[in-house]
Design a binder for this molecule. Structure first.
Ligand code: EPU
Length: 435
């Protein structure tokens, strides 16, 4: 298992190009199931989670080929409609083949994803939405079996809100299934995340009839067939935010290119409240080096509010801010794994009841820490860049799930970060199956 070794306390400078969005690419690759025609999906980040998704598609009879950042797909056979445990346990987003399989093949068997380190992560909304379209669902031996009724799926009015609000992948699954159902489907309390809009736009480019994506009400008029796709996924807003926060914590002039600033308004608002200036022009965002950041308050909520996927990175920044900050985590109340490791670096954080109180310190100090999930690992990298001395982050496979060669890209900005290859650790491999 690899380790990152960071010599912190150095200013960074320069420009970094953002990758395609992981969370857009995962469900978008799955729409390849829904057409007999060839597809090209572009701007696909080369990440462990994407490779897992490609393996799932391969087991479902889809031939795939990588050319640079493009993935070409073609359905070769429809014999197997089972997404197996060995793959879905590696990445919960494997569940997003459920809607496309049901739409195209009238049946799907997908391993129940289970919980993960960031919390319980139920899938009741996915199942409720598909049942409303007429799917018969049974749960057996750790698998979801979904079957369309004899006459096929039928459009319906579906309320898709849960106790934590909307669900991104449930909206994706129901939207895909409804795209080829008979009649009209209305999803109320749909997730509004840009990744949902990207999936909707990709489906529309394939002939689907979808309106309202990006708002809480999505209307889908089912069609019989979809054509192939040639679709480039949107830039990764979470990666963009991670780099901006890296610039803020090291007080460095970092420019992030190829991004969509309009997807980052809530993050920029919090950074502005913390005294961090972000300039934006077209698809470029730039951190202007300033004073020590000020304390702030963050509440994570569904888009367009502050994203849970930026919470840990922001906690790292708050750890060195002037004053006491608070974070209320309303999406995953247990998602505070970064806190304990940041405390090993001298941060003063207390966590209780879905809330973190962060008393800013002048400086963090390098330490040996352990990555526990994707975004917590990103927070540790950010903290390590600013800390005095050496930080060693073990189990960095977590960060490889969602950030492409992050150490090489940060090195180009002048960061002193190296990857050290370590021996295999079976316990860590098992833990990798979380997320
Ligand atoms: N929820 C339910 N029932 C469901 C589904 C979700 O109660 O059937 C709850 C969840 O427990 C959570 C809330 O609804 O409290 C929102 O979860 P959501 O379903 O939106 O999460 P997801 O679709 O499984 C995606 C991202 C996550 C991101 C969340 C929230 C992908 C592949 N994953 O997950 O990304 O945190 O939306 O924005 O798109 C990450 O990239 O690090 C990551 C975890």
């Amino acid at each position: 298992m690899d380790t990152f070794v960071i010599q912190g306390g150095h200013r960074l400078t320069g420009s970094i190009a953002v990758s395609g969005s992981k969370n857009s690419a995962l469900p978008i690759l799955a729409v390849s199931i829904m057409t007999g025609e060839a597809c090209r999906f572009g701007n696909i980040p080369v990440l462990r989670d994407i490779q897992t998704q490609v393996k799932i598609l391969n087991t479902l009879g889809i031939e795939t080929q990588w050319k640079g950042r493009d993935v070409f797909t073609q359905v070769k056979d429809t014999y197997n409609s089972t997404a197996p445990y060995e793959l879905v346990k590696q990445m919960r987003a494997g569940v997003c083949v459920l809607g496309p399989l049901l739409a195209a093949r009238g049946e799907a068997t997908v391993s129940l994803p289970g919980g993960c380190v960031i919390g319980e992560r139920p899938i009741d909304l996915h199942l409720r939405g598909l049942q409303a379209l007429g799917a018969v669902i049974t749960l057996e031996h750790g698998y979801i079996h979904a079957k369309a009724p004899k006459g096929g799926l039928k459009g319906a009015e579906i309320y898709l809100g849960g106790k934590f609000g909307s669900s991104v992948l449930a909206t994706d699954n129901v939207m895909c299934a409804a795209a080829m159902a008979k009649g009209t489907t209305v999803i109320e309390c749909a997730a509004c995340e840009p990744e949902v809009v990207d999936l909707a736009n990709c489906l529309i480019s394939m002939g689907a009839k979808i309106t309202g994506a990006g708002s809480p009400r999505i209307t889908i008029q089912g069609v019989k067939k979809l054509t192939g796709a040639a679709w480039d996924v949107i830039p990764d807003r979470i990666e963009t935010a991670t780099f901006l926060i890296a610039g803020a914590i090291t007080r460095s002039p970092i420019t992030v290119t190829g991004t969509r600033p309009e997807h980052l308004l809530a993050v920029c608002d919090v950074l502005r409240q913390m005294g961090v200036t972000i300039e934006r022009k077209g698809t470029v965002m730039k951190v202007v080096p300033g004073e020590r950041p000020k304390a702030s308050e963050v509440v994570t909520l569904p888009y367009p509010a502050f994203p849970t996927d930026c919470q840990a990175q922001t906690m790292a920044l708050m750890a060195v801010a002037d004053g006491t900050s608070t974070i209320v985590e309303r999406i995953y109340p247990e998602r505070f794994m970064a806190a304990a490791e940041l405390k090993r670096m001298g941060a003063k954080i207390s966590v209780a009841n879905g809330q973190a109180i962060i008393q800013g310190v002048e400086k963090l100090s390098g330490a040996e820490v352990m990555a526990s999930d994707l975004r917590a690992s990103a927070a540790l990298v950010i903290a390590g860049l600013a800390a005095e001395g050496e930080t060693r982050i073990s189990r960095v496979y977590h960060i490889d799930r969602g950030y492409e060669r992050i150490e090489e890209r940060l090195r180009k900005l002048g960061a002193k970060i190296q990857r050290a290859s370590g021996a295999d650790d079976p316990a860590a491999a098992a833990a990798a199956a979380a997320g």
